[in-house]
Write a protein that binds this ligand. Sequence first.
Ligand code: MG
Length: 194
Amino acid sequence: MFFFASFAALRETFMVPVNPVNPVKKGLDMFRIGFGYDVHRLVEGRPLILGGVEIPYAFGLEGHSDADVLTHAVIDAIIGALGAGDIGRHFPDTDPAYKGVSSLSMLGTVMDMVKGDGYRLNNLDTTITAQAPKLAPHLSNMRGRLSEILEASIGQINIKATTSEGLGFCGKREGMEAFAVVSLVKAKTQGVNK
Ligand code: MG
């Protein structure tokens, strides 16, 4: 017969935590790195918004918010760098508050989390996979929008666009996907300011 001093002790002995609390003490690390990925379906009758920029195209991305797949990947990367879960935990797609909302406003909320934890953006690198339309003419606008929200210079933000050579759901123009890697640095670190 076993006896446990508390329910917490019993739980610790027998249960693996399903959603463990972030074990990193906030703000202790000099650098944090995060990775984000997102995918949305292309449909008729929706605007195409990438990196906060509306791009002329016959199709747009389907989603609860404005379905900005690039910004969602960036948000997930930052939340990942903070060890704070994922975008769905902070902005549930069942919450009417986020219906049709600009993803840039969600990114702003996430930047508040970054600053609250004592960090700032070091750099961000991203890739969008889309068979069409041509995104190259819009990349600098996207960089500008993201850099404003992320309180960073253009040089700290990189956005790449690629096709998937006609392969898979991106190649068939059924959807788009985006990948993002972000590094955060302690806000008061000297010598790495850009
Ligand atoms: Mg999304």
